[in-house]
Design a protein around this ligand. Structure first.
Ligand SMILES: Nc1ncnc2c1ncn2[C@@H]1O[C@H](COP(=O)(O)OP(=O)(O)O)[C@@H](O)[C@H]1O
Ligand SMILES: [Mg+2]
Length: 229
């Protein structure tokens, strides 16, 4: 197996409902994303972008097919581990349109929540959190509450939170949709830099064509399959 591959998907299928409410969303989708690659996922609303991301993120179970995260095969018509949560915690970072920071925890405590769940001690996780805050130019905000930060600053914190466990993959579902153009471009530059410097594979759903020049590849969903344009 090529160890440059971060995500490999073979023939995954996903449908919902039955009878009149049956809907086939993804059918026999196959693709690979390499380490260090920033891929955009662009497709009309309701075509399965979030469903696809949540399957890769080991949140939603595909109906059939195979999936690998790095060299680890995680799905072969069923999960190959009972601990999909462990895969998520250790290998995958999620970023959403809303930052989903915990409003009653300050910035640094928001950042160290996940590492503490993974049993990293507080001193180590705080040091890592401070490093990320410096990297994102918001080191002075560690004691601030999310409500005291701007939308762009909170989204940087959310990206830092996604990075804190050194994930192999970042899945970003419309991370710039709530930001103005300048803040969106800032976020794109950060994602690009992370992909390059940390060899993380990033799949980012976006509706904004202005973000595409920052991406290495553009994926679309066509006829329930993934195509690259
Ligand atoms: N849990 C679910 N139960 C039933 N249908 C769902 C569920 N999740 C998604 N769908 C359907 O799958 C299709 C794709 O949804 P989604 O991935 O959210 O689209 P988008 O491309 O806008 O992110 C939609 O028709 C949606 O209604
Ligand atoms: Mg969606």
């Amino acid at each position: 197996m090529n160890d440059n591959i971060a995500i490999r998907v073979e023939n995954i299928c996903k449908s919902f409902g039955d009878g009149d409410s049956f809907i086939e969303v993804i059918k026999d989708a196959s693709f690979t994303i390499n380490k260090g690659e920033l891929a955009a996922l662009v497709a009309p609303s309701g075509t399965g972008k979030t469903v696809l991301l949540m399957m890769i993120g080991c949140v939603n179970e595909p109906d059939s097919g195979e999936m690998w995260i790095g060299t680890e095969k995680v799905f072969d018509n069923r999960w190959l581990t009972k601990e999909t949560r462990k895969i998520r915690r250790e290998k995958i970072g999620f970023i959403f349109q809303a930052h989903h920071l915990i409003p009653f925890l300050n910035i640094i405590n928001n950042l160290i929540l996940l590492p503490q769940t993974n049993k990293t001690d507080e001193k180590t996780s705080k040091a890592e959190a401070r490093k990320l805050l410096r990297y994102f130019g918001i080191a002075d905000k560690e004691k601030a509450m999310p409500s005291q930060l701007s939308g762009g600053q909170n989204q940087r914190v959310a990206i830092a939170r996604a990075l804190i466990n050194n994930p192999q993959i970042i899945l970003a579902d419309e991370p710039t949709a709530a930001l103005d153009t300048q803040r969106s471009v800032d976020v794109m530059k950060i994602l690009k830099k992370i992909a390059l410097e940390q060899e993380v594979a990033i799949i980012m759903v976006t509706h904004d064509d202005r973000m595409l020049p920052y991406c290495d590849r553009i994926m679309k969903i066509e006829d329930k399959k993934i195509v690259f344009v």
